[in-house]
Design a protein around this ligand. Sequence first.
Ligand SMILES: [Zn+2]
Ligand SMILES: [Zn+2]
Length: 198
Amino acid sequence: MQEANILFTIHFICYWFMVILYDIDSLIILSNSVKNSLKNQILCTLPMCHLFFYNYTIEYNNFQSILGLLVLIITGDIYFYISHRPMHTKLLWKFHKTHHQGNICVSKSLDADLFEHLVGNLGSFAVGILLFQYYGFIFNIYVLYLWSAITTISVCISHSNSKCYLDNNVHLLHHKLLKYNFGTGFYIIDRVCNSHKS
Ligand SMILES: [Zn+2]
Ligand SMILES: [Zn+2]
C-alpha cells in the first residue's frame, strides 16, 4: 500500500538523516544500536505501517486535523510513560537495559528490544490516532506524514547528547539517573508524579 510505504519512508529518512548528521564523527554509525534500529525498522515498523493502513481510511481532506497534533503529543507522552515506567522494574529491566547501555547517541533512539519497540515506540505513535479513530475522527494523510517526521526527529534530538541545540537534556538525565523523566514531550505524568527533572 502506497501510503504505508510513504509513512515508513518519511520515518526512515528522518532517522538516518539524523544519525548521519550527529553520529558520523564518532563512527557510532557502525554500532550495535544501528543494527538493532535497522532490524526494528524492517521487521517491525514497516509491517506495522501496512497493518495500520489496512484498518485506516485514507483522508485527503480534513486539513483542520492538524490541530489534533497537540492531542497526539499529549496522548503519546502519557502512553509512553505508562509503557516505559514498568521497563525499569526488576521483572522487565532485561528487555530495556540494552537501550541504557553505553553512551547516549542518536542511533540509540530506536535500539529497543523488538517487543518494546512495538509496544512502546510504535504504540506511542499510534495511540492518539487510534483513539481519534474510535470516535470517528480520521486524520488527514499529510498530517500523519508530518506526525511521523515530528516523532522521529524529536526522539533523535532527545538522544543527541546535547549535540543538537534543541536538545533540552531531559531524556539524557533519564539515561544517566534512571529514575526520572519516563515520559516524552511535555512529561505530563512525570510532572504529576514528581519524577520530572530538568
Ligand atoms: Zn528507560
Ligand atoms: Zn532513550
